[in-house]
Design a protein around this ligand. Structure first.
Ligand SMILES: *Cc1c(COP(=O)(O)O)cnc(C)c1O
Length: 419
């Protein structure tokens, strides 16, 4: 690193110190919540044996479900390594609780790309008998609470609320804001099921959306709650009668929550959850550093380093395709795995635009590990998330800044006051 860049890095680290310090009470509180859960559920090492065949009497599987249920303050939970991804988990959740002829309404605008592809497919209604509508976000990129209540119809069965911004130019929704939306919906019709896509949000705040009134939350185990070590999986938590229906949608009618062999080493799922608040904290620290450094370097960032956070995603507006490509390549190059690979923009299943994805991860595609994704479109926002250690994120980000300077894609102009 040149001395010139060093000055920026030192200023960024100084500026973020109080912000990092302010994260500590939440990290401790979430650790405490999880530790208490392990104690209350009396987890023992015989719960780590797994099971075969039908998986009857799999105490470890049952305990993992009740542990998640307790930690998310819900009646029940379904945690399974054979949920392929967040998308799979959310889709099975919807299929489990919405009946033909009923309507799903996304109240946070267009949902995450892979879900948008499901709902936008031409034969969606014909094939599943479900209706889908979305309420656009307002100009500020937030849901218009009044218009939500007005848009509900007598056939609306499920309201979909996405906590994290995904690849959108909008703010992520805090648990408090989610609570306001849920209250409006329930005020109009208490029977509407409020499902929160909790991806990237777990353990960033002290409360989770169930505590704000949501009926169901769902997420991926190769993001936050897997603690960086879960090899696959997803979870859904919420009302008990709904969880049973979702398990039947995943398995078969009659084969609900009490069946299914655990073939994955269950210890990793437990231990990943235990480590999750720490790993989320490392990712947050990395995101906060990235935000401040790139802001000092003259880029627009979202959120800013000292803004309240509800997820681990950090967006940086790179402005030019060359900068985006260079940035992605260097994230890949700084990774422990597949550092020799050059990321190429591609059309991926479930995504409508070309996306460039950089991730050199131990678990394939795990975005709680340091990774970046960007749709190839102006103004070239890149969405960065994860990082199993702060030091690793910092090393990569500083290296990226230096390379952008070396390649003439970034010119340093000190805006940090007296030096
Ligand atoms: C990651 C993510 C999903 C699900 O993505 P998968 O790759 O299927 O796990 C859904 N919604 C949001 C907001 C996400 O960040």
């Amino acid at each position: 690193m040149t001395n010139k860049l060093l000055k920026f890095v030192e200023k960024a680290e100084d500026d973020i110190l109080p912000v990092l310090k302010a994260l500590e009470p939440t990290i401790t509180k979430n650790h405490s919540k999880i530790l208490t859960g392990f104690r209350n559920q009396e987890i023992t090492d015989s719960n780590f044996q797994g099971s075969t065949g039908y998986g009857y009497g799999d105490v470890g599987r049952e305990k993992l479900d009740s542990l998640y249920a307790e930690i998310f303050r819900s009646e029940a939970a379904l945690v399974r390594a054979n949920f392929i991804s967040g998308t799979h988990t959310i889709w099975k959740t919807i299929l489990g609780v919405v009946n033909p002829g009923e309507e799903i309404i996304s109240v946070t605008g267009t949902p995450y790309d892979t879900l948008r592809s499901i709902f936008a497919s031409r034969d969606f209604n014909e094939k599943w008998g479900l209706n889908y509508r979305e309420i656009p976000l307002n100009k500020k990129g937030t849901p218009e609470i009044d218009s939500i209540a007005k848009s509900l119809s007598p056939t609306t069965k499920l309201a979909f609320i996405q906590r994290s911004k995904g690849y959108q130019d909008r703010r992520s929704l805090t648990v408090k804001e989610i609570g306001n939306i849920v209250r409006q919906i329930k005020h109009t019709n208490p029977d509407i099921i409020c499902l929160v896509d909790n991806c990237y949000g777990e353990f960033v705040e002290e409360r989770e959306p169930i505590e704000a009134g949501a009926d169901l939350i769902a997420g991926s185990l190769i993001k936050n709650p897997g603690g960086g070590i879960s090899p696959s999986g997803g979870y859904v938590a919420g009302r008990e009668h709904l969880i049973e229906k979702i398990a039947e949608a995943l398995n078969a009618p009659g084969l609900g929550t009490s069946m299914g062999a655990t073939l994955t080493d269950p210890r990793i799922l437990f231990q990943g959850l235990f480590l999750s608040p720490r790993v989320v904290a490392e990712a947050l620290k990395g995101a906060i550093f990235t935000s401040r450094l790139f802001e000092l370097l003259g880029f627009e960032v979202s959120p800013r380093y000292d803004e309240y956070r509800t997820d681990i995603v950090q967006a940086v507006k790179l402005g030019r395709p060359e900068t985006l490509e260079c940035f992605s390549e260097l994230i890949q190059y700084s990774s422990p795995i597949d550092s020799q690979v050059k990321p190429e923009p591609a059309l991926l299943p479930g995504y409508e635009e070309e996306i460039i994805m950089a991730a050199g991860t131990f678990v394939q595609g795990a975005s709680i590990e340091f990774s970046a994704d960007a749709p190839l479109k102006s103004p070239y926002w890149i969405y960065i998330q994860g990082g199993l250690s702060y030091e690793y994120v910092k090393l990569s980000i500083v290296n990226i800044a230096q390379e952008l300077i070396n390649k003439g894609l970034l010119r340093l102009a000190w805006q940090g006051g007296n030096s």
